[in-house]
Ligand binder design. Structure first.
Ligand code: DTR
Ligand code: CA
Ligand code: ZN
Ligand code: ZN
Length: 442
């Protein structure tokens, strides 16, 4: 375990200095701008680190290199790709399922990953095909989509996201043979299960070297979500026209499930007008290595991959929130509180709540931000005004740094007004840290 506490960014010191006694006054809903669906319903999506997405692509490239140069259906490189993705998701707390099927005399695999929680009757799905063609490693087609969806799923886990909807992710086999894996999944999904899927988001080729920014125009709500994201970046988009029926969204659409997605282009040629708005090279294919051996890690435009990865997170966070529930009043303490190393005593960060009538709700939300070099040392409790203890974190997470997490606590038996405490104890030696801030929302 490392020994030193990371330096505190200056902004935290300023925040601490500004907050008298560390207690920032309540933000009652009345004081907030009228919540819009986007602001009231969804916590802010994170930036998806491009480096993490590219690290997955490097792994997929290595897998192809070590397995005959491809990751195609029925070949060792595909199963190795599935195993890589599954291991990451299992470690992040997903419930994963390997679905097998047979195509062209070979066993195919779909990987389904469910994020525990959310409304089981309202499922938001995102997916991508993981197989390549036999002629190459398939890094843009479709390592790009697979890696971005994987990293978004891992970001959901890191954030401890608790969306209104149930989140499900899929990595499809044998797309290149004719959408075989996604068709198999949809065809074997009982009608009652299909009807629970509120939307399927597809990502197939989202890092093309001469990129366009195309948005599927199938479901208007999903389409608008992506267009809102890109307009926030000042990037014009076009409706995706190459692909109706040409990727894994088609089987979902064919059974009436709302679909959408993003695409940066394949073998079509970028026009001058498109080059004017997006940059790149007019008169050249969006991806000159489409279905070729040169579709390697060198065949990726980082800016396009980064923007599309962040767009996936934006869509998951916003579409996953479903019906907006305006937040109740919240109270925050931003004072830094040092946590003595084991065997020191637990420390408390107090918040005095006033002006809230009645009891706390069953969905009392606690946002914790602790800087520490070994989150597995920590025991974190919410202590109600009457002394009732609600354990939030009990030494999980191993050697990972920091604990930045949202928790939903059923505190409906507690009167809201009074002094609540976040109590933190360091239960193992060597690593140290401090409470950076915490917030309680009723
Ligand atoms: N069929 C896809 C490539 C592809 C072509 N047009 C579109 C439109 C939308 C998504 C993907 C595609 C493949 O080769 O995997
Ligand atoms: Ca990013
Ligand atoms: Zn392809
Ligand atoms: Zn593809």
């Amino acid at each position: 375990m490392s020994l030193s506490v990371p330096p505190r960014p200056a902004v935290l010191a300023i925040a601490a200095a500004l907050a008298v006694g560390g207690l920032v006054s309540a933000t009652a809903p009345a004081a907030l701008a009228a919540p819009t669906a986007a602001t009231a319903a969804a916590p802010t999506p994170p930036d998806i680190p491009l480096a993490n997405v590219k690290a997955h692509l490097t792994q997929l490239q290595t897998i192809a290199t070590n397995n005959g140069g491809n990751r195609a259906h029925g070949r060792a490189g595909y199963k190795a790709s599935i195993d890589y993705v599954k291991a990451k998701l299992d470690a992040a707390g997903y419930t994963t399922t390997l679905q097998t099927f047979t195509s062209s005399g070979a066993t195919g695999y779909n990987l389904i990953a469910d994020w525990p929680g959310g409304d089981p009757n309202s499922v938001l799905m995102a997916g991508s095909h993981l197989d390549s063609v036999t002629s190459g490693p398939g890094i843009n087609d479709n390592g790009s989509g697979s890696a971005a969806v994987l990293e978004t799923a891992l970001a959901v886990s890191r954030a401890g996201l608790q969306p209104t909807k149930h989140l499900r992710f899929g990595w499809w086999g044998a797309e290149e043979l004719g959408l075989i894996g996604s068709k198999y999944y949809v065809n074997n999904l009982p009608a009652a299960e299909r009807s629970k899927i509120s939307g399927y988001l597809n990502f197939d080729m989202i890092g093309s070297p001469n990129p366009g920014y195309f948005v599927y125009d199938d479901d208007p709500t999903i389409e608008q979500t992506f267009k809102t994201y890109f307009s926030g970046l000042g990037i014009p988009t076009e409706i995706e026209t190459e692909g109706d029926g040409r990727s894994d969204h088609a089987p979902f659409k064919n059974v009436g499930i709302p679909v959408g997605g993003l695409f940066t282009g394949a073998d079509y040629t970028k026009t001058s007008a498109q080059a004017q708005k997006w940059g790149g090279t007019a008169g050249q294919a969006f991806d000159r290595c489409y279905h070729s051996s040169c579709d390697t890690t060198a065949n990726i435009n980082d800016t396009a991959l980064d923007r599309n990865s962040d767009a996936i997170a934006y869509a998951i966070w916003n579409l996953g929130a479903s019906t907006p529930v305006p937040p109740g009043p919240s109270f925050e303490n931003t004072a830094d509180v040092n946590i003595p190393d084991y065997p020191g005593a637990a420390v408390n960060s107090p918040i005095t709540v006033s002006g809230v009538t009645g009891n706390a709700p069953a969905t009392t939300k606690v946002d914790v931000n602790i800087v520490h070099t070994y989150r597995g040392d920590l025991v974190v409790d919410l202590v109600a005004p009457d002394g009732t203890v609600y354990n939030l974190h009990n030494r999980a997470g191993g050697s990972a740094d920091n604990l930045v997490q949202s928790y939903t606590v059923n505190a409906s038996s507690e009167v809201a007004n009074g002094t609540w405490n976040l109590r933190v104890k360091d239960a193992a030696g060597q690593d140290v840290g401090y409470i950076n801030s915490w917030k309680i929302t009723f």
